[in-house]
Design a protein around this ligand. Structure first.
Ligand code: GLY
Length: 989
């Protein structure tokens, strides 16, 4: 603390001379005596701030009444020295209230002094106006009569946390003075830091009367920690000594970040220049004071009277503004009777009971609350009895002064320059690029990383698991001298990540082994060792799982995540026998079958009247329907269709059949070539139901997962190596082996790369987060290593590491391809069926309309015997008869005529058609001219014709008693009549 000579005793009478002169002058000119209003001032008059602020108050009133001579009130100051003491301040206030009956008190300086004074003011209903008691704890007193014409310390915590966020520091230690002022900020600072994910691992509290040795002891303690970012909240008297000692201990070096609150940065000009030099690189926040003409004029004026007091700082400006605000409020409140209402008190009453209540207090408070003006320290405006916070200036101590490196405002965060015109258009930002150039400790131009490896440890002790199997991930090899070599995929990834850090961190691997060089515990145990502080980190195939993350921090994962089930695969011979059914789903099979029958039936309808192929006995016709329909499947139908409607339907149907057949063939081919093997089991529920044994890698968290999945603990077997796993599978669950194994994807892929042909992964993937590196909770290394992991995994380095340890990825068939049905479903073909259906129904409707039109006379008939039933029967009969008008039958008639049959052949054939054989329009009709028997049929093939000829011969012989020789002679003649070539063919048979 800097003690200046106490000159206020010189200035004080001087002020009254000045004010008396002004007062007298105004009396004579205004002819009206201004009302004197007594105001108390309680300050530490031996402190340079007390002296300076008293000067400012005096100058404020002098200036104010010089320009406002017409005011009807005059503040008359009564000064009391609080003697830098809480009790002194209370005594001074009591005296002012009781004996002077002041209407307001300006002061005190410190928050501790203010605490009691606020209560006194509240009791006497006298406003207590402080311009320097900044502790947030004072707000909790909630007195209407407490006016804080200064900033609450809590308003700067957002600015401080924004700076820390900008540089990405993860841990800070607040160092504060152990009093009302120091402690008051902590309940606000800690949540503000937590809000930006910054940890406060420790708080350093320094007594306001701490000796240098005590400061050094505390600094040594801070030195042993890994955190290197400190927030210092104290006044300059203690702060100067603190930084002097920090410099002596080498704590102003390049690793350290020092951020000071406005407790120091508001009073930098009171710090000794040599101490300032040792504070190189310190960052500070302080309220922004706009540079106005009034400010400049006052500074010049103040400097002129500087011989009377000390350096001006923001408290002087607030003191000045407070005095002006009070003078304005007193005038506004029209204070006339500035006296107290005296309480009745007895002779034995204490001082605290002896003073009365101010008559003007509440009016004054109201007037102060509504008083606004542009003061020297910025806009003076009280909200809820508090001054509104201005933007904060961010300063950097360089040499004997400080440079402004940025600003912080509540709306836009950190900015290089304040620009009030576009303040509302910018988004909140805490980018470090918004700062001007900062000189850090030791003159460095780049920010410190904010932490170091604690000085009591040389290297990070990294625990690694000791494993028997899956050593591709981590392998510990023991040397004869008990030393060890650690290598593997995880180790290479960690080394690469550490290399990618922007700073060097020394570390060593320590196997987590017992005295026999065997694993000392599970992965959970290893994680716990990090939590207990026995290792600084753990590196290996440790999986990020929720319950571990309650105790330690994980970096980002660097492997695939998830737990899968692996089961043996077998040849599925049984299913292969029916594999031809698999290409189509059942609904597609069904709809295809129905479609074939429907098309066959429709073609029969369309052809029945005009095509001999679709005529004949009923069973023959039913057979024809099915035969014709299904022969279209392989395009093997021999029957010609005659109707254009049939052709139209068929051509569309052929397209559908073609597509179906092609798709079926392709699907079956792929099934026959791919689908050879099946997993033995695909469902966990089946394993549980069958009480099958399952396996997992020893020490893994998968054990807990399996228990959660309701596997009995006795059914869960552990294995160490892929070979053991294979052996357990070979034994089978019934013989003490396993039916399935559960493990993380990296292990399973490694296992399958060796046993691809025997096992497969099936079932869902149980979500986990892959392997990560383990660090103690809140370790500042975690975010940096996570970023480094990302840069490694995204680079070719990761591919090389994987290739080196895990080999090239072997593509084993996924279970999903084995068991999932890739049958073709109706959903892929319904469009085709729709088209053919529409075509078929259209054809049918056209046919029916045409048929009904041709036979309209039947429908129209209205004689008494014609009922609906009789008409229907007749229509059906007509449908069953040949359509002699069709061109097919006309052709036959023409041929018969050409062959001399004169139309009789056809006629007879027509008559017998219902009970007899069919006539093909493509062939000829045959009838014996010598018989009255049934007409001979017409056949399309020589074989058919021969068969019928023989039957007719036998029947003629029976009927007419002819000898076979005679009969054959007759037939020969007949054949010659009908078709001379037929005879030749027949004889040659
Ligand atoms: N990777 C096995 C475990 O972390 O439990």
């Amino acid at each position: 603390m800097k003690n200046k000579p106490s000159l206020h005793s010189i200035f004080y009478p001087l002020f009254f001379i000045v004010s008396f002169n002004i007062f007298s002058k105004n009396v004579s000119t205004a002819q009206e005596t201004p009302i004197p209003v007594r105001v108390g001032v309680v300050l530490d008059m031996d402190d340079y701030v007390g002296q300076m602020t008293f000067d400012c108050i005096s100058m404020a009133l002098s200036d104010f009444y010089a320009t406002n001579g017409h005011y009807k009130t005059r503040l008359v100051l009564t000064n009391r020295d609080s003697k830098e003491d809480v009790v002194g301040a209370a005594a001074a206030a009591l005296d002012l209230l009781k004996n002077v009956e002041v209407q307001a008190i300006i002061g005190p300086l410190s928050s501790a002094q203010a605490n009691f004074m606020i209560n006194l003011g509240d009791k006497a209903q006298v406003p207590i106006i402080t311009f320097s008691a900044t502790s947030p704890s004072l707000s909790s007193i909630r007195s209407l009569y407490f006016i804080r014409a200064t900033l609450n310390d809590s308003s700067q915590v957002q600015a401080i946390s924004a700076i820390i966020q900008a540089f990405g520091w993860r841990e800070v230690v607040p160092i504060y003075v152990d009093n009302e002022f120091g402690e008051g900020i902590i309940p606000f600072l800690t949540p503000a830091l937590e809000h930006v994910h910054v940890r406060v691992p420790y708080r350093s509290v320094i007594s306001p009367i701490a000796s240098d040795d005590q400061i050094v002891t505390e600094l040594y303690k801070l030195m042993t920690m890994q955190t290197r970012v400190f927030i210092v909240h104290m006044r300059t008297n203690l702060g100067s000594r603190f930084f002097t000692k920090a410099k002596e201990l080498g704590m102003m070096s390049e690793d350290y970040v020092w951020i000071v609150t406005d407790g120091i940065s508001n009073e930098l000009n009171s710090i000794d220049p040599s101490v300032m030099e040792s504070m190189l690189g310190v960052i500070g926040v302080r309220p922004y004071i706009p540079k106005t003409k009034e400010f400049d004029d006052f500074t010049i004026k103040y400097k002129k009277t500087k011989a009377l007091s000390s350096d001006l700082n923001i408290f002087g400006l607030w003191a000045y503004d407070s005095a002006i605000a009070l003078a304005m409020a007193v005038e506004k409140a029209r204070v006339k009777n500035a006296t107290f209402i005296k309480a009745n008190f007895s002779r034995n009453s204490t001082d605290l009971e002896a003073f009365g209540v101010s008559r003007t207090g509440s009016k004054l408070v109201q007037a102060l609350s509504s008083t606004t003006f542009r003061g020297l320290a910025g806009d003076f405006k009280l909200v809820n009895g508090k001054l509104q916070a201005p933007p904060y200036q961010i300063i950097n101590v360089v040499g004997r002064g400080a440079s402004v490196v940025g600003y912080w405002t509540e709306d836009i965060g950190i900015v290089r320059e304040l620009n009030f015109t576009n303040a509302n258009t910018k988004a909140y930002s805490t980018s470090k690029s918004n700062f001007g150039s900062i000189i850090w400790s030791e003159g460095k131009t780049y920010p410190p990383k904010g932490w170091v490896i604690p000085t009591n440890r040389k290297k990070l002790r990294i625990g690694v698991p000791v494993k028997e199997g899956f050593t591709e991930f981590v392998q510990v090899t023991w040397n004869a001298d008990n030393s060890s070599k650690v290598e593997g995929h995880c180790i290479d990834v960690f080394d690469a990540a550490m290399e990618a850090l922007p700073y060097g961190v020394p570390y060593e691997y320590i196997p987590y082994a017992d005295s026999n060089q065997k694993s000392a515990g599970s992965y959970n145990d290893l994680t716990n060792e990090v939590y207990l502080g026995n290792f600084d980190a753990a590196v290996g195939d440790v999986t990020i799982v929720s319950n571990r993350s309650q105790y330690v921090d994980f970096t980002l994962p660097y492997t695939e995540s998830g737990v899968k089930m692996v089961v043996p695969i077998i040849d599925d011979k049984r299913k292969n026998a029916w594999i031809f059914l698999k290409p189509l789903t059942w609904d597609l099979w069904l709809i295809s079958f129905c479609s074939f029958v429907f098309i066959g039936f429709l073609i029969w309808i369309l052809e029945h009247r005009i095509n001999e192929d679709f005529r004949g006995p009923p069973w023959h016709q039913v057979g024809m329907i099915f035969w014709f329909a299904f022969s279209t499947m392989v395009f093997a139908h021999k029957e010609r269709v005659i109707s254009n409607l049939s052709r139209f339907v068929l051509i569309i149907w052929f397209l559908v059949v073609l597509i179906l057949i092609q798709s079926y063939t392709a699907s079956l081919t792929s099934m026959l070539t791919v689908q050879k093997l099946q997993p033995t089991v695909t469902d966990v529920a089946v394993l549980i139901k069958n009480k099958d044994n399952v396996g997992y890698v020893k020490g893994s968290f998968v054990l807990e997962l399996l228990k959660k999945m309701n596997f009995e603990e006795s059914r869960i077997l552990a294995y160490n190596t892929p070979e053991e796993m294979d052996e357990l599978f070979s034994k089978g669950s019934k013989n003490g082996g396993i039916a399935a194994a559960f493990d993380e994807l990296p292990y399973m892929k490694l296992f399958l790369s060796k046993y691809c042909s025997k096992y497969t992964m099936v079932g869902p993937t149980y979500k986990t987060d892959g392997f990560g590196f383990v660090f103690p909770m809140g370790s500042p290394l975690v975010p940096d290593i996570s970023r480094a992991i990302l840069s490694v995994t995204e680079s070719k380095k990761m591919v090389d590491i994987e290739k080196k340890w895990l080999g090239d990825e072997i593509k084993c068939p996924e279970s999903s391809t084995l068991v999932s049905s890739n049958s073709l479903g109706l959903e892929s073909f319904w469009g085709l069926f729709l088209i053919v259906g529409v075509a078929a129904i259209s054809a049918f409707i056209i046919y029916v309309i045409r048929f009904l039109r041709e036979n309209w006379n039947v429908i129209e008939r209205c004689d008494t015997e014609s009922t609906v039933w009789s008409k229907t029967v007749e229509l059906l009969q007509r449908f069953n008869n040949r359509d002699l008008s069709s061109h097919t039958f006309k052709n036959i008639e023409r041929r018969e005529r050409d062959n001399g049959c004169g139309g009789d052949c056809q006629k007879r054939a027509m008559e017998s058609s219902d009970e007899n054989l069919q006539l093909s329009p493509s062939t000829f009709s045959l009838q014996s001219p010598h018989t009255n028997g049934p007409p001979s049929p017409v056949f399309s093939t020589p074989r058919e014709r021969r068969k019928i000829f023989r039957e007719q011969v036998i029947s003629s012989e029976n009927e007419f008693g002819k000898t076979p020789g005679e009969t054959s002679q007759v037939i020969k003649q007949e054949i010659e009549l009908v078709n001379p070539n037929q005879n030749e063919q027949l004889t040659s048979q």
